[in-house]
Design a protein around this ligand. Structure first.
Ligand code: ZN
Length: 78
């Protein structure tokens, strides 16, 4: 990997870490129940980049995918 690309990747990683750390936190009632695809769509920074990622990546969307996997069936009825 050349230096410019590596520097860019490092900046992107820091940017995403900061975005996750500063993500708006969903309301307590959302966090208290099993999260859904809609919750991940509503709070993507929290559930994909932030502290909710651990939960989202182990929660089944109902089609056999985890909520961070980009299920092809979820969201088709939007
Ligand atoms: Zn799904």
């Amino acid at each position: 990997m050349d230096k410019n690309l590596r520097d860019g990747a490092s900046r992107l990683s820091k940017f995403l870490d900061a975005r996750g750390a500063n993500a708006p936190v969903p309301p307590a009632d959302v966090l208290a129940r099993t999260i859904t695809y809609a919750d991940v769509q509503a709070y993507p920074d929290y559930f994909i980049l932030g502290p909710g990622q651990a939960v989202a990546s182990t929660t089944d969307c109902g089609h056999g995918y985890n909520l961070t996997d980009g299920c092809p069936n979820c969201g088709t009825d939007d």
